[in-house]
Design a protein around this ligand. Structure first.
Ligand code: PGA
Length: 260
């Protein structure tokens, strides 16, 4: 089955009104060069309206970098799924390792976090927003050979939470923490193996869902390594951090996704 590639640009806590305009100009000017690719941008939430205004009516989609598992109420600083709908978000990121580290600082263990991510996943699905669930092992877990355990734990928890079929409305992103922002991408073969692991786990529940779910790779993807990663059969695009802040680099990644 041929899955459409998706390239997602996570701006993290970067940008200003002025720099965002320049970045959006640069990407939109070249959007015709990656016609068969889904592309989505994830600005800091305060710039959501700016991005919505610029991307409305284009082929590009947008979303936020996190959301609350709750619908409304006394949750200072949080953003709910209905609010994302209010601003036309098609996607939302969740479970990013930078969020996990932050929460880990206040004492939650990774298993509890996985359950919270499953709640967020359910909250997004309920509003018709596509969750992009980030999953990845830390450098320590990598060295201890715990990759499979860490990855499959979250896959199992989200299947247990919302059922396997819900994954056909979702996206998974394998993001080894040791590759994020380090310039040290996973090899295409390593990423492919982990993606296969996830797809096989889903296939145990439902073959059709396993074949249709988009699984992205994230961690030091750049214009010059994107093609080799995206040409692997189970890598359906990328979640891009640093390189999404540079229009030409980001466009080169989108073009690489278009040409595999
Ligand atoms: P990076 O970040 O591309 O800067 O490594 C990836 C991510 O955090 O999603």
């Amino acid at each position: 089955m041929v899955r459409k590639p998706l390239v997602a640009g996570n701006w993290k806590m970067n940008g200003s009104s002025a720099s965002n305009e320049k970045l959006l100009d640069g990407i939109l000017a070249q959007a015709d060069s990656f016609p068969a690719v889904d592309v989505a941008l994830f600005p800091p939430a305060v710039y959501l309206q700016q991005v919505q205004q610029r991307l409305q009516g284009t082929t590009l989609a947008w979303g936020t970098q996190n959301l609350s598992q709750f619908r409304q109420g006394a949750y200072t600083g949080e953003i709910s799924a209905p609010m994302l709908n209010d601003f036309g978000c098609k996607y939302v990121l969740m479970g990013h390792s930078e969020r996990r580290c932050l929460y880990a600082e206040i004492g939650l263990d990774q298993l509890v976090l996985d359950y919270i991510i499953a709640e967020k996943y359910g909250a997004a699905l309920k509003e018709g927003i596509t969750p992009i669930v980030c999953i990845g092992e830390s450098p320590e877990e990598h060295e201890q050979g715990k990759t499979e355990e860490v990855i499959l734990r979250l896959v199992d928890i989200i299947i247990e939470h919302s059922g396997v079929k819900a994954l056909s409305q979702a996206v998974l992103a394998y993001e080894p923490v040791w590759a994020i922002g380090t310039g040290k991408s996973a090899t295409p073969e390593w990423a492919q193996d982990v993606h296969t692991l996830m797809r096989e786990r889903i296939a145990k529940h439902d073959q059709a869902t396993a074949e249709s779910v988009q699984i992205l790779y994230g961690g030091s993807v750049k214009g010059d390594n994107a093609s080799s990663l995206f040409s692997m059969p189970d890598i359906d695009g990328g979640l891009i951090g640093g390189a999404s802040l540079d229009a030409d680099n980001f466009v080169a990644i989108c073009q690489a996704a278009a040409s595999v």
